[in-house]
Write a protein that binds this ligand. Structure first.
Ligand SMILES: Cc1ncc(COP(=O)(O)O)c(C=O)c1O
Length: 359
């Protein structure tokens, strides 16, 4: 007899990652760091090969201390994970019961849906305005007792952000026992005044936590390393549901080196800032709408006209060795998400889109 999984699990659509790039093609489908990773982190990763026979420190203490020092926060309230994905999953495992409600923004990161469904919870999306989280709509959607509200600030795949004052208004308007998870995967890229420091929210409110990642600004996506900062009671719970050695030893050592390499972080931010502006301007000049982005990608909108639509553009770019991300699964069938790449890759994207627009 076929073994039956828990009800609802077979309704989950497995997450489809950004397409891999065939030999010679450029991968701009997963918002990875265009500059690679810190050379110091790569060196630390190589040195870790000397002691792979040893279990990692299950509490990742040295890494948590380094993050705490860099961010000016308490090390005891940090938990590290195998990517922030793992931490998002652990939050669901710890707090969601079947039938609970989880609220996200209309174009929220797909993993929130997985987290909800894995626990048998319902996910409800709050309509956005102009591809941007709308706090009133989130409050309205969450008022019937949402267990968790997820908001990525800034958000993937839209690239938009909301000011700290708006996140505070959200927190203050939510029921006190609703857990607010602010996903800061792209936080380091944001230089807008008004964005604030999301980690401060954790100190100022109960039942509020922030997740962060080494995958984007530090360019360590392949190692799977993320962290969360939360109130003591939630941190205590997450430690109970995580695997004893959930972060591997090379990730801890590379992460330690990465967090101390401020020069690499600065280079990454500068490269990104320059190219997000340039890509937005150049693609708009071709007649396409580009959602203003503070992340390391841009969301480009195409007309519905057959042959001129997003899927045609996707195929056109792929034929030229440029692999980008269709965002149909997010409910954006007429858009493509294009990660910022190296100088040459970005120029190639602009040229290819120009050729597509003229074709
Ligand atoms: C908004 C958002 N949150 C979380 C993640 C997960 O990052 P990771 O698991 O690599 O830390 C991503 C990755 O693309 C993301 O876009």
């Amino acid at each position: 007899m076929t073994l039956q999984p828990r009800p609802g699990l077979m309704d989950i659509k497995p997450y489809t990652p950004g397409a891999a790039a065939p030999d010679g093609a450029v991968k701009l489908s997963s918002n990875e760091n265009a500059l690679g990773c810190s050379p110091k982190a790569a060196e630390a990763f190589k040195s870790s090969a000397e002691h792979l026979h040893v279990y990692p420190d299950g509490g990742a203490s040295a890494l948590r201390d380094a993050i705490a020092k860099a961010e000016g926060i308490e090390a005891e309230r940090i938990v590290c994970g195998a990517g922030s994905d793992e931490l998002l999953q652990l939050i669901g495992r710890a707090y969601l019961d079947p039938g609970d409600t989880v609220v996200q923004t209309q174009y929220g990161f797909l993993v929130y849906r997985l987290v909800a469904m894995q626990s048998g919870a319902h996910i409800v999306s709050a309509p956005e305005s102009n591809y941007t989280a709308d706090i009133d709509s989130l409050l309205e959607t969450a008022k019937e007792g949402a267990k968790i509200v997820f908001i990525a600030n800034p958000n993937n795949p839209t690239g938009t952000w909301v000011p700290d004052s708006e996140i505070r208004r959200l927190r203050e308007g939510l029921p006190e026992d609703t857990l607010l998870v602010v996903d800061g995967a792209y936080a380091e890229f944001v230089k807008e005044p008004g964005y604030g420091n999301p980690l401060k929210l954790v100190d100022d409110y109960e039942n509020t936590m922030v997740t962060r990642t080494f995958s984007k600004i530090h360019g360590l996506a392949g190692l799977r390393l993320g962290w969360m900062y939360g109130p003591k009671d939630i941190v205590d719970v997450i430690h109970r549901v995580r695997g004893p050695f959930n972060v591997n030893l090379p990730a801890i050592e590379a992460g330690l080196a990465a967090i101390q390499d401020a020069a690499f972080v600065e280079d990454s931010v500068n490269h990104n800032e320059r190219w997000v502006g340039q890509m937005t301007q150049s693609i708009r000049a071709l007649g396409y709408e580009v959602t203003p982005s503070v992340c390391n990608f841009v969301l480009v909108h195409f007309p519905e006209t057959l042959g001129k639509d997003a899927m045609a553009a996707n195929a056109f770019l792929a034929e030229r060795g440029l692999i980008v991300r269709p965002v149909q699964p997010y409910g954006l069938p007429n858009a493509l998400r294009i990660s910022i790449g190296k100088d040459d890759d970005n120029r190639r994207v602009i040229e290819a889109l120009e050729a597509f627009a003229k074709a």
